[in-house]
Design a protein around this ligand. Structure first.
Ligand SMILES: Cc1cc2nc3c(=O)[nH]c(=O)nc-3n(C[C@H](O)[C@H](O)[C@H](O)COP(=O)(O)OP(=O)(O)OC[C@H]3O[C@@H](n4cnc5c(N)ncnc54)[C@H](O)[C@@H]3O)c2cc1C
Length: 451
Protein backbone atom coordinates (compact mmCIF):
# COMPACT_ATOMS: atom_id res chain seq x y z
CA UNK A 1 0.00 0.00 0.00
CA UNK A 2 1.23 3.49 -0.85
CA UNK A 3 2.31 5.46 2.25
CA UNK A 4 0.28 8.62 3.04
CA UNK A 5 2.05 11.84 2.11
CA UNK A 6 3.51 13.76 5.07
CA UNK A 7 1.65 17.03 5.43
CA UNK A 8 0.90 19.45 8.23
CA UNK A 9 -2.49 18.20 9.32
CA UNK A 10 -4.88 20.15 11.52
CA UNK A 11 -3.35 20.46 15.00
CA UNK A 12 0.17 19.51 13.81
CA UNK A 13 3.00 20.51 16.16
CA UNK A 14 5.65 22.81 14.74
CA UNK A 15 8.76 23.68 16.76
CA UNK A 16 10.81 26.70 15.69
CA UNK A 17 14.29 26.99 17.19
CA UNK A 18 15.35 30.63 17.25
CA UNK A 19 13.42 33.85 17.76
CA UNK A 20 15.42 36.12 15.47
CA UNK A 21 13.67 37.52 12.38
CA UNK A 22 13.66 34.16 10.53
CA UNK A 23 11.92 32.32 13.37
CA UNK A 24 9.32 35.05 13.90
CA UNK A 25 8.65 35.38 10.17
CA UNK A 26 8.18 31.63 9.83
CA UNK A 27 5.74 31.62 12.74
CA UNK A 28 3.77 34.54 11.29
CA UNK A 29 3.52 33.12 7.75
CA UNK A 30 2.77 29.55 8.82
CA UNK A 31 0.04 30.76 11.13
CA UNK A 32 -1.50 33.12 8.55
CA UNK A 33 -1.52 30.49 5.83
CA UNK A 34 -2.87 27.77 8.11
CA UNK A 35 -5.71 30.09 9.06
CA UNK A 36 -6.48 30.78 5.38
CA UNK A 37 -6.59 27.02 4.84
CA UNK A 38 -8.93 26.50 7.76
CA UNK A 39 -6.29 24.69 9.84
CA UNK A 40 -4.91 25.28 13.31
CA UNK A 41 -1.24 24.68 13.97
CA UNK A 42 0.39 24.21 17.36
CA UNK A 43 3.36 26.56 16.83
CA UNK A 44 6.05 26.89 19.52
CA UNK A 45 9.08 29.10 19.10
CA UNK A 46 12.12 28.60 21.35
CA UNK A 47 14.38 31.59 22.02
CA UNK A 48 17.19 31.51 24.54
CA UNK A 49 17.73 35.29 24.77
CA UNK A 50 15.76 38.03 26.41
CA UNK A 51 15.76 40.99 24.06
CA UNK A 52 14.90 43.20 27.04
CA UNK A 53 18.48 42.88 28.31
CA UNK A 54 20.79 45.72 27.30
CA UNK A 55 24.12 45.06 25.61
CA UNK A 56 25.36 42.15 23.52
CA UNK A 57 23.77 39.37 25.57
CA UNK A 58 20.25 40.59 24.73
CA UNK A 59 20.97 41.45 21.12
CA UNK A 60 21.28 39.61 17.82
CA UNK A 61 24.32 41.73 16.98
CA UNK A 62 23.97 43.40 13.62
CA UNK A 63 24.16 46.85 12.07
CA UNK A 64 20.37 47.04 12.20
CA UNK A 65 19.65 48.55 8.80
CA UNK A 66 16.23 47.56 7.52
CA UNK A 67 16.38 47.82 3.75
CA UNK A 68 13.96 49.97 1.83
CA UNK A 69 12.45 46.92 0.14
CA UNK A 70 11.89 45.15 3.47
CA UNK A 71 10.31 48.22 5.09
CA UNK A 72 7.85 48.31 2.19
CA UNK A 73 7.24 44.55 2.13
CA UNK A 74 6.58 44.48 5.87
CA UNK A 75 4.11 47.35 5.53
CA UNK A 76 2.27 45.33 2.86
CA UNK A 77 2.17 42.40 5.31
CA UNK A 78 0.55 44.73 7.85
CA UNK A 79 3.77 44.98 9.92
CA UNK A 80 4.47 48.69 10.39
CA UNK A 81 7.59 49.46 12.39
CA UNK A 82 6.64 51.80 15.27
CA UNK A 83 8.69 54.89 16.13
CA UNK A 84 9.95 53.21 19.32
CA UNK A 85 11.62 50.56 17.12
CA UNK A 86 12.84 52.82 14.31
CA UNK A 87 15.80 54.76 15.69
CA UNK A 88 16.56 56.81 12.58
CA UNK A 89 15.32 57.11 9.02
CA UNK A 90 17.89 57.09 6.27
CA UNK A 91 17.70 59.21 3.14
CA UNK A 92 21.17 58.96 1.66
CA UNK A 93 24.54 57.23 1.77
CA UNK A 94 27.83 59.09 2.16
CA UNK A 95 30.94 57.45 0.73
CA UNK A 96 34.21 58.62 2.26
CA UNK A 97 37.39 57.72 0.41
CA UNK A 98 40.90 59.09 0.58
CA UNK A 99 39.92 61.12 -2.50
CA UNK A 100 37.10 62.89 -0.63
CA UNK A 101 33.45 62.39 0.29
CA UNK A 102 30.39 62.12 -1.85
CA UNK A 103 26.74 61.85 -0.87
CA UNK A 104 24.50 59.61 -2.93
CA UNK A 105 20.80 60.11 -2.94
CA UNK A 106 18.60 57.82 -4.93
CA UNK A 107 15.62 59.17 -6.80
CA UNK A 108 14.23 55.67 -6.36
CA UNK A 109 14.11 55.95 -2.56
CA UNK A 110 10.43 56.03 -1.87
CA UNK A 111 8.42 57.50 0.98
CA UNK A 112 9.05 54.83 3.59
CA UNK A 113 12.83 54.95 3.20
CA UNK A 114 15.39 52.88 5.04
CA UNK A 115 15.11 52.39 8.81
CA UNK A 116 17.75 51.73 11.45
CA UNK A 117 16.91 49.69 14.54
CA UNK A 118 18.48 48.03 17.55
CA UNK A 119 18.09 44.26 17.57
CA UNK A 120 18.09 44.26 21.38
CA UNK A 121 16.90 46.96 23.78
CA UNK A 122 19.94 49.11 23.15
CA UNK A 123 23.66 49.24 23.94
CA UNK A 124 25.04 48.38 27.36
CA UNK A 125 24.33 51.34 29.64
CA UNK A 126 21.34 52.63 27.64
CA UNK A 127 18.83 51.66 30.31
CA UNK A 128 16.72 54.80 30.35
CA UNK A 129 16.55 55.41 26.61
CA UNK A 130 13.19 53.69 25.96
CA UNK A 131 14.53 51.73 22.99
CA UNK A 132 12.30 48.91 21.71
CA UNK A 133 14.03 45.85 20.32
CA UNK A 134 13.27 45.01 16.67
CA UNK A 135 13.51 41.27 17.39
CA UNK A 136 11.20 41.52 20.40
CA UNK A 137 8.75 43.54 18.29
CA UNK A 138 8.66 40.76 15.66
CA UNK A 139 8.30 38.11 18.38
CA UNK A 140 5.30 40.09 19.64
CA UNK A 141 3.81 39.99 16.12
CA UNK A 142 4.35 36.20 16.02
CA UNK A 143 2.58 35.89 19.39
CA UNK A 144 -0.33 37.96 18.04
CA UNK A 145 -0.60 35.26 15.35
CA UNK A 146 -0.89 32.56 17.99
CA UNK A 147 2.76 31.47 18.18
CA UNK A 148 3.68 30.36 21.70
CA UNK A 149 7.13 31.69 22.71
CA UNK A 150 9.17 29.58 25.12
CA UNK A 151 12.39 31.20 26.44
CA UNK A 152 14.48 28.03 26.61
CA UNK A 153 17.77 27.03 25.13
CA UNK A 154 17.39 23.87 23.06
CA UNK A 155 20.55 21.89 23.74
CA UNK A 156 19.55 18.50 22.35
CA UNK A 157 17.41 17.29 19.48
CA UNK A 158 16.65 13.62 18.80
CA UNK A 159 14.96 12.13 15.80
CA UNK A 160 12.87 9.05 16.39
CA UNK A 161 11.14 7.88 13.25
CA UNK A 162 8.81 10.61 12.10
CA UNK A 163 9.00 12.58 15.32
CA UNK A 164 11.66 14.96 16.57
CA UNK A 165 12.14 15.49 20.30
CA UNK A 166 13.48 18.72 21.74
CA UNK A 167 15.34 18.91 25.04
CA UNK A 168 16.61 21.62 27.33
CA UNK A 169 18.85 20.96 30.36
CA UNK A 170 17.96 17.27 30.35
CA UNK A 171 14.18 17.82 30.16
CA UNK A 172 12.12 16.90 27.16
CA UNK A 173 10.16 19.96 26.05
CA UNK A 174 8.13 18.56 23.20
CA UNK A 175 7.79 16.25 20.23
CA UNK A 176 7.07 17.86 16.90
CA UNK A 177 5.88 17.00 13.40
CA UNK A 178 7.95 19.75 11.77
CA UNK A 179 11.18 21.24 13.03
CA UNK A 180 12.24 24.69 11.81
CA UNK A 181 15.89 25.62 12.38
CA UNK A 182 16.01 29.43 12.63
CA UNK A 183 18.98 29.52 14.98
CA UNK A 184 21.24 31.73 12.86
CA UNK A 185 25.00 31.28 12.71
CA UNK A 186 26.20 33.21 15.72
CA UNK A 187 25.99 30.30 18.18
CA UNK A 188 26.91 26.63 18.09
CA UNK A 189 23.41 25.21 17.55
CA UNK A 190 24.02 24.60 13.83
CA UNK A 191 26.82 22.15 14.60
CA UNK A 192 24.34 20.04 16.63
CA UNK A 193 22.26 19.64 13.47
CA UNK A 194 25.21 18.63 11.35
CA UNK A 195 25.33 15.51 13.54
CA UNK A 196 21.66 14.58 13.31
CA UNK A 197 20.63 15.76 9.83
CA UNK A 198 22.55 13.95 7.14
CA UNK A 199 23.99 16.35 4.62
CA UNK A 200 23.23 19.60 6.49
CA UNK A 201 26.22 21.88 6.88
CA UNK A 202 26.16 25.35 8.41
CA UNK A 203 27.20 28.23 6.14
CA UNK A 204 30.80 29.46 6.19
CA UNK A 205 31.27 32.65 8.22
CA UNK A 206 33.78 35.41 8.92
CA UNK A 207 34.19 37.51 12.03
CA UNK A 208 33.11 41.17 12.08
CA UNK A 209 33.48 43.91 14.69
CA UNK A 210 30.63 46.10 15.90
CA UNK A 211 30.42 48.86 18.44
CA UNK A 212 27.99 51.48 19.69
CA UNK A 213 29.28 54.94 20.53
CA UNK A 214 27.08 57.47 22.34
CA UNK A 215 27.32 60.96 20.84
CA UNK A 216 23.86 62.36 21.60
CA UNK A 217 20.92 62.85 19.28
CA UNK A 218 21.64 66.51 18.46
CA UNK A 219 25.25 65.91 17.51
CA UNK A 220 24.32 62.92 15.38
CA UNK A 221 21.56 64.84 13.57
CA UNK A 222 23.91 67.74 12.96
CA UNK A 223 27.00 65.80 11.90
CA UNK A 224 25.76 62.53 10.42
CA UNK A 225 22.35 63.69 9.17
CA UNK A 226 19.96 61.09 7.83
CA UNK A 227 22.76 59.20 6.13
CA UNK A 228 24.65 55.98 6.46
CA UNK A 229 28.37 56.69 6.12
CA UNK A 230 30.60 54.17 4.36
CA UNK A 231 34.34 54.63 4.86
CA UNK A 232 36.71 53.10 2.31
CA UNK A 233 40.00 54.29 3.79
CA UNK A 234 42.56 51.58 3.06
CA UNK A 235 43.18 51.02 6.78
CA UNK A 236 45.20 47.78 7.03
CA UNK A 237 42.95 44.81 7.86
CA UNK A 238 39.72 46.72 7.08
CA UNK A 239 37.66 46.34 3.90
CA UNK A 240 35.15 48.99 4.79
CA UNK A 241 33.45 50.52 7.79
CA UNK A 242 29.80 51.51 7.98
CA UNK A 243 28.62 54.12 10.46
CA UNK A 244 24.91 53.97 11.13
CA UNK A 245 23.12 56.68 13.10
CA UNK A 246 20.60 55.51 15.69
CA UNK A 247 19.13 58.06 18.10
CA UNK A 248 21.82 58.91 20.65
CA UNK A 249 24.26 56.36 19.22
CA UNK A 250 26.22 55.52 16.13
CA UNK A 251 26.76 51.87 15.30
CA UNK A 252 30.19 51.20 13.82
CA UNK A 253 30.37 48.02 11.76
CA UNK A 254 33.79 46.86 10.59
CA UNK A 255 34.28 44.33 7.84
CA UNK A 256 37.78 43.08 7.34
CA UNK A 257 40.17 40.25 7.99
CA UNK A 258 39.73 39.21 11.61
CA UNK A 259 38.78 42.69 12.92
CA UNK A 260 39.55 43.44 16.57
CA UNK A 261 38.82 46.20 19.07
CA UNK A 262 42.05 47.90 17.96
CA UNK A 263 40.61 48.25 14.44
CA UNK A 264 37.62 50.12 15.86
CA UNK A 265 39.96 52.37 17.84
CA UNK A 266 42.17 52.93 14.77
CA UNK A 267 39.09 53.90 12.77
CA UNK A 268 37.86 56.33 15.44
CA UNK A 269 41.33 57.85 15.41
CA UNK A 270 41.48 58.26 11.62
CA UNK A 271 41.38 61.85 10.36
CA UNK A 272 38.43 61.07 8.06
CA UNK A 273 36.32 59.94 11.03
CA UNK A 274 37.62 62.49 13.52
CA UNK A 275 35.87 65.20 11.49
CA UNK A 276 32.58 63.64 12.55
CA UNK A 277 33.35 63.51 16.25
CA UNK A 278 33.03 66.35 18.77
CA UNK A 279 36.29 68.24 19.27
CA UNK A 280 38.32 66.68 22.04
CA UNK A 281 36.44 63.39 21.66
CA UNK A 282 38.25 60.58 23.43
CA UNK A 283 37.52 56.96 22.68
CA UNK A 284 35.80 55.77 25.88
CA UNK A 285 37.59 53.17 28.01
CA UNK A 286 34.54 50.94 27.77
CA UNK A 287 31.91 50.90 25.05
CA UNK A 288 29.38 48.33 23.86
CA UNK A 289 31.04 46.08 21.31
CA UNK A 290 30.83 42.57 19.92
CA UNK A 291 32.41 40.38 17.25
CA UNK A 292 29.53 38.58 15.55
CA UNK A 293 30.00 36.14 12.69
CA UNK A 294 28.54 37.01 9.33
CA UNK A 295 27.54 34.45 6.73
CA UNK A 296 29.63 34.45 3.55
CA UNK A 297 28.18 31.39 1.90
CA UNK A 298 25.27 29.01 1.95
CA UNK A 299 24.28 26.09 4.13
CA UNK A 300 24.46 22.69 2.45
CA UNK A 301 21.12 20.85 2.26
CA UNK A 302 19.03 23.30 4.32
CA UNK A 303 16.18 20.79 4.59
CA UNK A 304 15.40 17.18 5.37
CA UNK A 305 12.27 15.18 5.98
CA UNK A 306 10.09 17.16 8.42
CA UNK A 307 12.88 19.72 8.84
CA UNK A 308 13.62 23.08 7.24
CA UNK A 309 16.35 25.61 8.00
CA UNK A 310 15.63 29.27 7.39
CA UNK A 311 17.38 32.66 7.65
CA UNK A 312 21.12 32.69 8.30
CA UNK A 313 21.01 28.96 9.08
CA UNK A 314 20.13 28.50 5.40
CA UNK A 315 20.92 31.16 2.78
CA UNK A 316 21.34 34.89 3.11
CA UNK A 317 22.41 37.74 0.87
CA UNK A 318 26.12 38.51 1.00
CA UNK A 319 26.86 41.42 3.40
CA UNK A 320 23.37 42.90 2.82
CA UNK A 321 19.79 42.67 3.89
CA UNK A 322 20.17 39.54 6.01
CA UNK A 323 16.85 40.34 7.66
CA UNK A 324 15.25 40.61 4.19
CA UNK A 325 16.73 37.19 3.36
CA UNK A 326 15.27 35.79 6.59
CA UNK A 327 11.90 37.07 5.39
CA UNK A 328 12.33 35.46 1.95
CA UNK A 329 13.49 32.03 3.17
CA UNK A 330 11.02 31.85 6.08
CA UNK A 331 8.10 32.66 3.80
CA UNK A 332 9.20 30.13 1.15
CA UNK A 333 9.63 27.38 3.77
CA UNK A 334 6.26 28.13 5.41
CA UNK A 335 4.50 28.05 2.05
CA UNK A 336 6.19 24.77 1.12
CA UNK A 337 5.26 23.12 4.42
CA UNK A 338 1.63 24.16 4.22
CA UNK A 339 0.91 24.04 0.51
CA UNK A 340 3.07 21.12 -0.63
CA UNK A 341 4.10 18.95 2.30
CA UNK A 342 6.94 18.33 4.73
CA UNK A 343 8.78 15.48 3.06
CA UNK A 344 12.35 16.00 1.96
CA UNK A 345 11.31 16.01 -1.70
CA UNK A 346 8.74 18.77 -1.01
CA UNK A 347 11.39 21.05 0.47
CA UNK A 348 13.81 20.13 -2.33
CA UNK A 349 11.27 20.92 -5.03
CA UNK A 350 9.56 23.99 -3.61
CA UNK A 351 11.83 25.54 -0.96
CA UNK A 352 15.35 24.86 -2.21
CA UNK A 353 15.00 26.93 -5.45
CA UNK A 354 14.57 30.06 -3.29
CA UNK A 355 17.83 29.28 -1.48
CA UNK A 356 19.59 28.53 -4.75
CA UNK A 357 18.40 31.84 -6.18
CA UNK A 358 19.98 33.73 -3.25
CA UNK A 359 23.17 31.65 -3.47
CA UNK A 360 23.56 32.27 -7.21
CA UNK A 361 22.94 35.97 -6.73
CA UNK A 362 25.69 36.07 -4.10
CA UNK A 363 28.21 34.89 -6.71
CA UNK A 364 27.57 38.16 -8.52
CA UNK A 365 27.77 40.00 -5.19
CA UNK A 366 31.17 38.46 -4.54
CA UNK A 367 32.43 39.72 -7.90
CA UNK A 368 31.00 43.19 -7.29
CA UNK A 369 32.59 43.52 -3.85
CA UNK A 370 35.91 42.22 -5.21
CA UNK A 371 35.76 44.87 -7.97
CA UNK A 372 34.83 47.52 -5.41
CA UNK A 373 37.82 46.57 -3.26
CA UNK A 374 40.11 46.69 -6.24
CA UNK A 375 38.78 50.09 -7.33
CA UNK A 376 39.13 51.57 -3.86
CA UNK A 377 42.71 50.31 -3.52
CA UNK A 378 43.94 51.57 -6.91
CA UNK A 379 44.23 55.31 -6.57
CA UNK A 380 43.76 56.51 -10.18
CA UNK A 381 40.67 54.34 -10.72
CA UNK A 382 39.28 55.18 -7.29
CA UNK A 383 39.75 58.91 -7.98
CA UNK A 384 38.09 58.66 -11.38
CA UNK A 385 35.14 56.70 -10.02
CA UNK A 386 34.83 59.23 -7.23
CA UNK A 387 34.86 62.14 -9.70
CA UNK A 388 32.24 60.52 -11.91
CA UNK A 389 29.90 59.87 -8.96
CA UNK A 390 30.46 63.40 -7.66
CA UNK A 391 29.60 64.76 -11.13
CA UNK A 392 26.45 62.62 -11.29
CA UNK A 393 25.26 63.82 -7.89
CA UNK A 394 25.28 67.44 -9.10
CA UNK A 395 22.29 66.45 -11.25
CA UNK A 396 20.84 63.44 -9.45
CA UNK A 397 17.56 63.63 -11.35
CA UNK A 398 19.44 62.75 -14.56
CA UNK A 399 20.83 59.34 -15.50
CA UNK A 400 23.22 58.32 -12.68
CA UNK A 401 24.45 54.79 -13.49
CA UNK A 402 27.62 54.84 -11.34
CA UNK A 403 25.85 56.24 -8.29
CA UNK A 404 23.09 53.67 -8.75
CA UNK A 405 25.62 50.83 -8.73
CA UNK A 406 27.02 51.98 -5.39
CA UNK A 407 23.59 52.73 -3.97
CA UNK A 408 22.18 49.34 -4.94
CA UNK A 409 25.25 47.46 -3.71
CA UNK A 410 25.34 49.07 -0.31
CA UNK A 411 21.61 49.37 0.37
CA UNK A 412 20.82 45.88 -0.88
CA UNK A 413 17.80 47.28 -2.68
CA UNK A 414 18.50 45.34 -5.89
CA UNK A 415 19.74 41.83 -6.51
CA UNK A 416 23.45 41.59 -7.26
CA UNK A 417 22.95 39.95 -10.67
CA UNK A 418 21.01 42.97 -11.90
CA UNK A 419 23.70 45.37 -10.59
CA UNK A 420 26.48 43.23 -12.06
CA UNK A 421 25.09 43.30 -15.58
CA UNK A 422 24.46 47.04 -15.36
CA UNK A 423 28.07 47.52 -14.25
CA UNK A 424 29.27 45.42 -17.18
CA UNK A 425 27.47 47.56 -19.72
CA UNK A 426 30.13 48.53 -22.31
CA UNK A 427 29.40 52.25 -21.88
CA UNK A 428 29.94 51.99 -18.13
CA UNK A 429 33.36 50.41 -18.61
CA UNK A 430 34.44 52.66 -21.49
CA UNK A 431 33.40 55.78 -19.59
CA UNK A 432 35.23 54.69 -16.43
CA UNK A 433 38.40 53.76 -18.32
CA UNK A 434 38.14 57.03 -20.26
CA UNK A 435 37.89 58.91 -16.98
CA UNK A 436 40.98 57.18 -15.63
CA UNK A 437 42.94 58.75 -18.52
CA UNK A 438 41.04 62.02 -18.92
CA UNK A 439 40.90 63.27 -15.30
CA UNK A 440 44.65 63.16 -14.65
CA UNK A 441 45.20 64.69 -18.11
CA UNK A 442 42.74 67.51 -17.39
CA UNK A 443 44.39 68.15 -14.03
CA UNK A 444 47.84 68.26 -15.62
CA UNK A 445 46.65 70.74 -18.31
CA UNK A 446 45.00 72.98 -15.69
CA UNK A 447 48.06 73.04 -13.47
CA UNK A 448 50.25 73.75 -16.53
CA UNK A 449 48.00 76.69 -17.60
CA UNK A 450 47.85 78.08 -14.06
CA UNK A 451 51.59 77.95 -13.59
C1 LIG B 1 28.07 42.79 11.71
C2 LIG B 1 26.78 42.44 11.05
C3 LIG B 1 26.00 43.44 10.52
C4 LIG B 1 24.80 43.12 9.91
N1 LIG B 1 24.02 44.13 9.45
C5 LIG B 1 22.83 43.87 8.92
C6 LIG B 1 21.97 44.92 8.53
O1 LIG B 1 22.29 46.11 8.72
N2 LIG B 1 20.78 44.62 7.97
C7 LIG B 1 20.38 43.33 7.78
O2 LIG B 1 19.30 43.11 7.22
N3 LIG B 1 21.16 42.30 8.16
C8 LIG B 1 22.37 42.53 8.73
N4 LIG B 1 23.16 41.50 9.17
C9 LIG B 1 22.69 40.13 8.98
C10 LIG B 1 21.60 39.77 10.01
O3 LIG B 1 22.08 39.96 11.31
C11 LIG B 1 21.17 38.31 9.85
O4 LIG B 1 21.06 37.97 8.51
C12 LIG B 1 19.83 38.05 10.55
O5 LIG B 1 19.93 38.37 11.90
C13 LIG B 1 19.44 36.60 10.37
O6 LIG B 1 18.30 36.32 11.12
P1 LIG B 1 18.06 34.87 11.73
O7 LIG B 1 16.75 34.93 12.42
O8 LIG B 1 18.29 33.84 10.70
O9 LIG B 1 19.24 34.66 12.79
P2 LIG B 1 19.54 35.45 14.13
O10 LIG B 1 19.14 36.86 14.01
O11 LIG B 1 20.97 35.17 14.46
O12 LIG B 1 18.59 34.77 15.21
C14 LIG B 1 18.82 33.47 15.67
C15 LIG B 1 18.13 33.33 17.02
O13 LIG B 1 18.16 31.97 17.43
C16 LIG B 1 18.41 31.91 18.83
N5 LIG B 1 18.98 30.59 19.10
C17 LIG B 1 20.09 30.04 18.53
N6 LIG B 1 20.28 28.79 18.98
C18 LIG B 1 19.24 28.55 19.86
C19 LIG B 1 18.89 27.42 20.65
N7 LIG B 1 19.62 26.29 20.62
N8 LIG B 1 17.80 27.50 21.45
C20 LIG B 1 17.04 28.64 21.47
N9 LIG B 1 17.33 29.74 20.75
C21 LIG B 1 18.42 29.68 19.94
C22 LIG B 1 19.40 33.05 19.06
O14 LIG B 1 19.41 33.47 20.41
C23 LIG B 1 18.85 34.11 18.12
O15 LIG B 1 17.91 34.95 18.75
C24 LIG B 1 24.38 41.77 9.79
C25 LIG B 1 25.16 40.77 10.35
C26 LIG B 1 26.35 41.09 10.99
C27 LIG B 1 27.17 40.01 11.61
Amino acid sequence: MKEAKAILHDGARVAIIGGGPAGSFFGIFASKLAQDMGKTLDLTLYERKSFFTHGASGCNMCAGVISESLVQTLALEGINLPSTVVQWSIESYFFHTLEGSVEIKSSRLRQRGIATVFRGSGPAGSLAKGIQSFDEFLLGKAMEHGVCVNRSFIDKVCREGEKTKLYSAGNILQECDLLVGAFGIKGATGKMYEDIITGYKVPPTVKTAQSEIELGNDWIAHRFGHSIHIFLLRIPGIKFVSVIPKGDYITISVLGKDPKLDHIRAFLDHAAMKKFLPSGFKVPEKFCHCFPKISVGAARNPFAARTAFVGDASSTRLYKDGIGSAYITAKAAAHTALLHGIEEKDFREYYFPTCKFLNRDNLFGRLLFAANNLISFISPISRSYFNIVQGEQKNPEKNTPYSDILWDMFTGSRFYKDIFFRALHPWCIIYLLGAVVIYPLKKAVFSFINR
